[in-house]
Design a protein around this ligand. Structure first.
Ligand code: SAM
Ligand code: SF4
Length: 472
């Protein structure tokens, strides 16, 4: 697509607006014979920013205007984005006829905008603004506000005197074809696991000692992946023991083991996890449709999941999460609806509903480059169904994020029964909590609140296990 922008306009923002209508669109500077054109002009008036835009594609042309008032305390760029967003959104909807549930909200967490709006105008006006200024649908405005309120409560736990720990286990039993996480899944690469565990456990010990020396209180520990339960019992015990020996696990608000793949969760591993203080675990079906599981290369069946779920419940680890994915290419609304209904009947404490995201490095994209152009509108219906049904069954949305290249630009939402919210998930996403990361691919984020101003410092570990092992 050829973009012509006149005025103080953020090019990346315009590109992300265009991608809401044309998934996978590219914007080369010197494209010969472009098939789509967008011209955007902005100019300042005394009261705000005016925007005019013209969009041409598929032999059709749509023109639209936008206007955003200057608001005291709001940066020029934010006002400009509102005016440009309004114009491009209206032109895009007119030309393509697409439904865009999140309106012009891109590149920022919806709950962050909702929170700012609530603080500034109160809940009722915040909802009106989300719908009228950002074009959110009724459901999404409600969702953003509910998440903002729940996140706000959890964020009150964090201050300069506390922190969390993330432990990375980037190994998996096999590779799912939609996934882009850095994770080793072949027998050859698995040979690195013993050396990896040796180095990881000493890093866990030294990090926890440093946390103690700094007199920081450790609020949560999260062991994530990959698939941490792919480790054998001895290896898993070594990791858990490194935590147990170097901090008082009874003092933690939350100790999570992201199991994930049902085919790796055994009674023995669960009893070790329970013994060392784990109080939250994930066992993830993604879908309860065997054909879809096969299609996404998950290498387990629905009955494997149900058996693993049973084992997890018997282990008496307090909180259980299950991850689902909506909008998978060969799934359907009826099948996703059946998955949601069946999962609810199992009463997990948390249900996380992801929307299918087409990752650049995922096998599914290599197998089918056209996947961007599939019509995925059933995904909108699916996540709306999950939202309404989960709320009707006593779950509340408490954390949410959006990713690029997700079907219909939908969201990922963590739902939980009251009193079972996953604390780490909210803290790590905010910019106000210090998280120490250990292991390959982890990030340490140190946050300091200096006279009300947040200073954030990020330190990245080596991405791949073999680099991590070579690192001094
Ligand atoms: C760290 S990942 C994997 C956890 C665990 N290894 C598993 O597969 O069960 C956490 C979750 O992200 C979601 N996820 C991963 N790739 C995704 C994609 N391309 N689109 C949507 N959700 C995705 C899945 O629901 C997955 O359970
Ligand atoms: S979805 Fe989970 S199990 Fe599958 S490859 Fe990704 S991290 Fe591994």
């Amino acid at each position: 697509m050829k973009l012509t922008l006149n005025g103080k306009i953020n090019r990346t923002y315009v590109q992300s607006l265009c991608m809401m209508f044309f998934h996978g669109e590219k914007f080369p500077e010197n494209e010969e014979n472009p098939a789509k054109f967008l011209t955007v002009n902005t100019y300042d008036t005394e009261e705000g920013i005016e925007c005019e835009c013209t969009l041409e594609a598929f032999g059709k042309k749509a023109k639209a205007n936008g206007f955003a008032k200057f608001i005291e305390g709001e940066k020029y760029e934010r006002t400009s984005k509102s005016a440009v967003g309004m114009a491009v959104y209206n032109a895009g909807v007119e030309l393509t006829g697409k439904e865009i549930p999140w309106g012009i909200l891109t590149g920022i967490r919806p709950s962050k905008v909702a929170y700012e709006q609530i603080c500034r105008y109160g809940e009722a006006e915040a909802k009106v603004n989300l719908k009228e200024r950002y074009f959110l649908s009724e459901n999404k405005a409600d969702l953003a506000i509910q998440v903002a309120k729940n996140e706000g409560e959890i964020l009150k736990l964090s201050d300069n005197s506390n922190c969390s720990l993330y432990i990375s286990i980037p190994f998996c039993p096999s590779r799912c074809n939609y996934c882009s996480f850095i994770s080793y899944a072949t027998p050859k690469l698995f040979e690195l696991v013993p050396a990896y565990i040796d180095k990881l456990t000493s890093e866990i010990a030294s990090t926890l000692k440093s946390i103690k020396e700094q007199r920081l209180k450790l609020l949560t520990v999260y062991i994530g992946g990959g698939t941490p339960t792919v480790l054998n019992e001895n290896q898993l015990e070594a990791v858990l023991k490194a935590v147990y020996d170097n901090t008082d696990v009874n003092e933690l608000l939350e100790f999570t083991l992201e199991g994930g793949r049902p085919d790796t969760i055994t009674e023995g591993k669960l009893s070790i996890a329970k013994r060392y203080g784990v109080n939250r675990i994930s066992v993830n079906p993604q879908t309860l449709n065997d054909d879809v599981l096969k299609f996404i290369g998950r290498r387990h069946t629905v009955s494997d999941f149900l058996e693993a779920y049973e084992r997890v419940r018997k282990s008496e680890i307090k909180f259980v999460n299950t991850d689902l994915i909506a909008g998978l290419e060969n799934d359907s609304f009826d099948s996703f609806k059946a998955t949601v209904d069946r999962i609810i009947s199992l009463h997990p404490d948390n249900i996380t509903v992801h929307s299918f995201s087409v990752k650049k490095s995922a096998q599914i994209l290599r197998d089918n480059e056209d996947i961007y152009n599939k019509s995925d509108d059933y995904a909108i219906k699916s996540v709306d169904y999950a939202y309404k049904t989960l709320i009707a069954n006593g779950y509340e949305p408490y954390y949410m994020y959006r990713q690029k290249n997700t079907v219909c630009d939908l969201e990922n939402v963590g739902y939980a029964k009251k009193g079972t919210f996953g604390i780490y998930n909210v803290l790590m996403m905010s910019d106000c909590h210090t998280v120490y990361g250990v292991g390959a691919g982890s990030t340490t984020k140190i946050v300091k609140n200096i006279d009300g101003k947040l200073e954030i410092n990020r330190i990245f570990s080596k991405k791949y296990p073999y680099e991590y092992l070579q690192d001094e």
